[in-house]
Ligand binder design. Structure first.
Ligand code: SF4
Length: 282
């Protein structure tokens, strides 16, 4: 269900290292990923995650006003929602916000699971500093369809990475969350290497409030043979991820890919640039 709402603010200070501001054109996300922890971050209690998407219809107008007064900083577009989820096709809020950010030449970091981002290549190409991250969690699209039912297929995402790169836009892959015994790590890293992103961030499953219940329900429904193993891993000491991260790093190295373990930092290149180039704009 789509509901149009009006908001009073656009940019909010970001808690994520590497970002100064978070900009979320939607509240809720139709991609409905089983492991999503956004509901716990936005303290949402409005039914099943994915079923209601609130569209901030006045966001560009509010953003335009705020941009006249805020300090320059890195903007994360889509920190608790996907800025290119299906509603964006109709509402074009992310596009209109990008037009405004471009006018002020703000550094922008986007993270999405949708190939709809390709629609905005014309704008993305104009930024001095922009990075587009695309998330991948599995190579098998049947598995992806169960975990991230509303998002683009694996092939569409790989093609999007390739197109963005061909257009000179910096890209990165968020390889995560790695789902134990589901994420096909070696094959996925090889497929990512073929589209040559600038870097890869790998991440574990983060069991914030409510996530374990969703993931457990998902495993119980689709892969009941993994229930005991998941309980063992997530009640354990994190040993599992140490080994998997090593495997991913090794496979990336073999493929000539820069890879880092996520410490909730976004957009590595923009981050270092901003450290040496903080400008106030009016
Ligand atoms: S795309 Fe991101 S915000 Fe949307 S449901 Fe998936 S994890 Fe949550």
């Amino acid at each position: 269900m789509i509901k149009e709402i009006k908001v009073k603010t656009a940019l909010s200070p970001s808690q994520l290292p590497g970002l100064d501001y978070a900009l979320n054109p939607y509240r809720g996300c139709a991609h409905a990923c089983v492991y999503c922890y956004a509901p716990s971050v936005i303290h949402r209690d409005k039914g099943k995650w994915g079923e209601l998407v609130e569209v901030k219809i006045n966001l560009p107008r509010i953003l335009s006003k705020e941009l006249r007064a805020k300090k320059k900083g890195v903007v994360g577009l889509g920190t608790v929602t996907d800025p290119y989820q299906p509603a964006e096709k109709r509402y074009e809020l992310s596009r209109r916000c990008l037009e405004l950010l471009l006018m002020h030449d703000l550094p922008v970091c986007i993270q999405t699971k949708s190939s709809l981002v390709l629609r905005d290549i014309d704008l993305l190409k104009e930024f001095s500093n922009i990075e587009v991250g695309i998330t991948l969690t599995a190579l098998d699209d049947r598995v992806r369809g169960k975990m991230e039912p509303g998002a683009s297929s694996v092939d569409e995402r790989l093609r999007a990475l390739s197109e963005l790169r061909k257009n000179g836009i910096k890209t990165w892959v968020f390889l995560g969350p790695i789902m134990p015994h589901i994420t096909d790590v070696d094959a996925l890293v090889d497929a990512i290497a073929a589209v040559k992103p600038d870097y890869v961030l790998v991440d574990r499953l983060r069991l914030k409030e409510g996530v374990w219940e969703n993931v457990r329900g998902f495993i119980q429904e689709f892969m009941p043979e993994l229930v005991n193993e998941y309980e063992r891993i997530f009640q354990g000491s994190g040993e599992y991820y140490g080994e998997v991260f090593e495997k991913v790093m090794g496979r990336c190295k073999k493929n000539g890919l820069r890879c880092e373990i996520n410490s909730l930092c976004w957009c590595r290149s923009i981050q270092s640039l901003m450290q040496s180039d903080m400008i106030i704009f009016d």
